[in-house]
Design a protein around this ligand. Structure first.
Ligand SMILES: [Zn+2]
Ligand SMILES: [Zn+2]
Length: 354
């Protein structure tokens, strides 16, 4: 752990004499001793830091070596290895950039939409549980009635003195400039609490599953002055019982009776917005697709709307009475072979082979 400012950890000036260092160490070691903070990982970590700082600064010779080497100092007295030098630079650069990230404040939300909602576009009200700054303590975590004390080490600036290369936040107040003497009664010191907020999201027409809508600033707030995160709404379009989506186009299976397909008809079909009438020409074959232009989905980019494709299927009648069956058989017998040219060609092929 070379990238530590030991003076910052002990909260003493770089010119502090041996007696001051000893006093600071004793006070902090008592405060953060694991026996006084059972089960606290943070206390254990701090106690280790404090021990390490004390080991380096208690002995004048070791202290002089530390002052000379700075971030390249190693408690064991050996020079740093090349990989450890990388570690020094990585952690210094890491500290510079980490404070700008607000990724962990972003919230994810999955929004289920029907195809009809995709067609029209819709405003949806979401109830989003998010972390917001505590109103009682405005995020400090301290009782507003004198629960805060200015950090003695940095005098309230939140900044550590010492080389710039090291972390610049004060170790004792974690850069906040104050310590909490008595926690806020509302949030018990957390500075944040969960609140269910109603958020309206405007879903544009034509969105597809997997697309994300970003609501800037509607994610979690931070304790301090940082900007709140974003709310990322993932769209998930539910399967429709009738329509199949193909990009901007939609497909509908259109069952016709043998009589309708043979003689032609006018069929009323469902669309996303209501119904439409389509003319079926006589002799329409199964598998043929009829197109209703512009009755598909709108495009997010406001280009032309997609189409509604009607895929013809022939529905074979079942559960016929005896009279219906014989009428159908009589009708079939009355037809010449030319009425079914494909079937006639197959029958001819069979005869030629026997
Ligand atoms: Zn509070
Ligand atoms: Zn401080």
């Amino acid at each position: 752990m070379p990238t530590r400012d030991y003076y910052n950890i002990l909260g003493v000036n770089r010119k502090a004499d041996a007696e001051e260092i000893k006093k600071a160490y004793r006070r902090l070691a008592r405060q953060w001793h694991p026996d006084h903070n059972p089960g606290s990982a943070k206390a254990a970590e701090r106690f280790k830091d404090i021990q390490e700082a004390w080991e380096a600064l208690r002995d004048p010779e070791e202290r002089a070596r530390y002052d000379r080497l700075g971030p390249f100092y190693r408690p064991e007295g050996r020079p740093p290895r090349p990989d450890e030098l990388h570690e020094v630079f990585d952690s210094v650069l890491g500290n510079l950039f980490r404070s700008r990230s607000k990724g962990e404040r972003d919230l994810q939300y999955t929004l289920a939409l029907s195809l009809e909602e995709v067609a029209s576009g819709v405003n949806k009200e979401l109830v989003v549980p998010r972390m917001v700054r505590c109103e009682t303590c405005t995020g400090s975590g301290a009782d507003p009635d004198q629960g805060k004390r200015t950090c003695e080490v940095c005098g309230g600036s939140g900044k550590a003195t010492g080389p710039r290369l090291w972390r610049t936040a004060c170790y004792h107040c974690e850069g906040r400039g104050f310590t909490v003497e008595r926690p806020c009664p509302t949030c018990a010191g957390a500075g944040l609490h969960e609140r269910e907020d109603k958020v309206t999201v405007q879903v544009p027409a034509g969105v597809a599953s997997g697309q994300k809508l970003k609501l800037a600033g509607k994610g979690n707030e931070s304790r301090g002055r940082g900007t709140p995160g974003d709310l990322l709404v993932s769209v998930s379009v539910s399967e429709h019982p009738l329509f199949l989506r193909r990009g901007e186009d939609i497909v509908l299976d259109l069952p016709l009776t043998i009589a309708e397909a043979t003689l032609g008809t006018e069929a009323r079909v469902p669309t996303l917005e209501g119904t439409a009438v389509i003319r079926i020409p006589p002799g329409t074959a199964a598998g043929k697709t009829l197109r209703l232009q512009g009755r598909g989905l709108p495009r997010v980019d406001r280009g032309p709307r997609g189409d509604l494709h009607l895929r013809v299927i022939l529905e074979v009648p079942t559960q016929l009475s005896e009279a219906q069956s014989s009428a159908l058989a009589a009708w079939a017998r009355s037809l010449p072979p030319e009425s079914h040219p494909q079937r006639a060609a197959l029958d001819l092929a069979v005869r030629n082979r026997s």
